[in-house]
Structures are given as C-alpha cells and as structure tokens.
Design a protein around this ligand. Structure first.
Ligand code: GLN
Length: 229
C-alpha cells in the first residue's frame, strides 16, 4: 500500500465502553478500501504520547473509576496532546475521553476529575440521573445526520472556540438543556455517542479519514468513492 496512517489509541485498555475500539476498526476498513494502511498502537499508563509519531488519536469512554486513574496519568501527556491538537492533529474522543480533554468532570460521587483543558468545555454531574438512550443529531455545516447511543452522568458545557458536533434532534446530548451534542475544535471531534459512532455513521468515518490523509499528504487528492460502504 502506498500510504499509511498511524493511530494512537489513548487508554484503550481502560476506556472502551460499548466497544469504542470499533471506531478504529471502521477507519481501518475504509482506509484499506482506498489502499491506505492504517495501524494503531495503545498509548496507556506511564507511556509517552509523542505527537510526531501519530496521524490520528482516538480516545474512548468509560466508568468514573477508570477515568480517575486516567485523569492522573494523562497530566504527564498534557503538553504533547495539546500541541498535537493545536497543530491540527485529528482526534476523535468519546464520552469519558471527551470529558477528559476538557477542563474537568465532576463524577457521580461528586469527586472532581481533572481533564487536560485542551478544549475549553467542562462537565458537571447530574443528581441521581443519567442520560441513557438513542440519540439523533444534525450537523448543519456538513448537512449530515448522526445517530448513536448515549449513557452518561456528565453534563458538558462548551467553551471558547468550540462548536457542537451537531444539534440534538432526539435525545439529551451534551447537557440536556442547550440542544448541543459533542464538540468540534480544529480537527478534534468529540461526542457522547457510543455505538461505536463511526460504525453507525459512515459519513463521519470517511470525513475523519480524509482529514487525517489530507493533513499528512497535502499534495495527494484523496477521495473515498460514494459507492464504498
Ligand atoms: N463516566 C462518564 C459519565 O458517566 C462517562 C461515561 C461514558 O464514557 N459512557 O458521564
């Protein structure tokens, strides 16, 4: 294969709710269809995140307990993750991973779980409630509809420079009140959608793959034919 992409799977051994790793498998599937070799590597506790080694980073969701462990470890990777994100490195972060890219998450027991504040959102806790169920959103800019399944205690409020991934059509989304779901900042995409999100939303999978390819190979005109599904 002429081209290759290397993905960092952040804390995939701790945060992998509802098979979030499927997102990497879907990207690998579409990459192969257009003759691109996509490989991935677990980056977990005590391991450095070296921004120049990766073309994409994926960060899944999980329980508060695992998030607390990750919260402590990820502070050592904070500067490198921020420089990757600021440099336009593409990232997909789901649920717990999404919360940890923000400033903080107040867990279900009221404990503060610090994020890395790479993105400006913060996440509060609900009183004895979780947002659970199917969800549909619409992204106006791309005119695309995404479907998924959400299960979270956290209520996320977006901050400076962030756009929602979409507007809630059905379900709860970021916080159950402002009809936003997920976040986009530069090439970092965040969402509460499990499913995994890319297995259920091929248009988004193709979109992210093309972002990574165009960033790494700016002179090559990649397209993913519409009949590839
Ligand atoms: N533990 C977090 C919450 O309950 C994230 C959940 C998840 O990743 N599904 O909000």
């Amino acid at each position: 294969m002429a081209y290759s992409l290397h993905v960092a799977h952040l804390y995939g051994d701790l945060l992998n709710t509802y098979g979030d790793i499927g997102n990497i498998l879907v990207m690998k599937y579409y990459a192969k269809k257009i003759n691109v070799n996509l490989t991935s590597e677990l980056v977990s506790l005590g391991q450095p995140f070296e921004p120049q080694k990766y073309d994409f980073a994926f960060f899944g969701g999980g329980q508060d307990y695992e998030q607390m462990i990750v919260s402590k470890d990820i502070q050592a990777k904070k500067d490198d993750l921020i420089s990757f994100i600021e440099d336009g490195g593409p990232v997909l972060a789901i649920c717990g991973g999404y919360q940890l890219l923000g400033e903080y998450y107040i867990g279900a027991d009221g404990q503060r779980i610090n994020g890395i504040h790479a993105l400006d959102h913060h996440t509060e806790s609900q009183d004895n409630n979780r947002f659970i169920g199917d969800i549909t959103i619409h992204n106006e800019q791309l005119d695309e509809t995404y479907i998924g399944f959400e299960n979270h205690n956290g209520m996320t409020y977006l901050g400076k420079g962030e756009q929602p991934l979409g507007k809630v059509v059905f379900g709860h989304g970021n916080n159950g009140s402002d009809r936003s779901e997920g976040a986009i900042y530069k090439n970092t995409y965040c969402s509460y959608f499990h499913g995994p999100i890319l297995a259920r939303n091929h248009n988004l999978a193709k979109h992210l793959l093309l972002i990574a390819l165009k960033r790494k190979f700016p002179d090559v005109d990649f397209t993913i034919p519409a009949d590839i599904d």
